[in-house]
Design a protein around this ligand. Structure first.
Ligand SMILES: [Zn+2]
Length: 187
């Protein structure tokens, strides 16, 4: 009577088959481009999923801020997904497209670690402690400390234009329009 179907574990995120999770040898696991693979600029690398929770209630680091008040997080008690192993770098090769997609910002080749900059998604959260993280990414120009206000930096806004989380990209563009209007004055 019927065939026993083995239920697959729930998938909360998708990772490009060109990538793999392995040990960084320095700070736990990371996501790397597989040997012999080449990633094109703007190629889709991840589609992130999970549960949407108020940002002020997030525990731990297994989530990404998708609005000023919401976090998309791996559900409590579930093992981390591959996307949870994406590390920060002050010289990243990936960024966001919209809220749940991670795309390549440059063209990393086999062996390169895939990283994004936390500045691309961090924003102060009402009622939560200020976020500050010492950084030892080793990149040239490492900021030393990563904070929830880094998205405001003009140099980062230029460098990551089009690769911020949607809510930050929108906010930056709104501010740009506003300052342009002010400069031009009333018509
Ligand atoms: Zn750094």
């Amino acid at each position: 009577m019927g065939v026993a179907v083995k239920r697959l574990p729930p998938q909360f995120s998708w990772m490009s088959p060109k990538l793999e999770v392995r040990d960084t040898g320095k700070y736990g696991k990371g996501v790397f481009v597989r040997a012999g693979q080449r990633v094109r600029k703007d190629e889709m690398l991840f589609v992130m999923g999970g549960e949407v929770i108020p940002a002020s209630s997030e525990v731990g680091d297994h989530g990404v801020q998708i609005s000023e008040t919401m976090v998309l997080a791996t559900p409590n008690g579930m093992p981390p997904t591959e996307a949870d192993f994406l590390n920060h770098s002050c010289a990243p090769n990936a960024g966001f497209r919209g809220q749940i997609m991670v795309v390549a910002m440059s063209m990393p080749t086999g062996g390169a670690q895939v990283t994004f900059d936390y500045a691309m998604c961090l924003h102060p959260i009402d009622g939560a402690a200020r976020y500050e993280m010492p950084c030892a990414c080793g990149a040239k120009g490492c900021r030393g400390v990563i904070t929830e206000d880094d998205w405001k930096r003009p140099d980062l806004q230029r460098r990551y234009d089009g690769y911020f989380q949607w809510f930050l990209q929108e906010k930056i563009e709104r501010q740009r329009r506003h300052s342009r209007t002010r400069k031009e004055g009333p018509r």
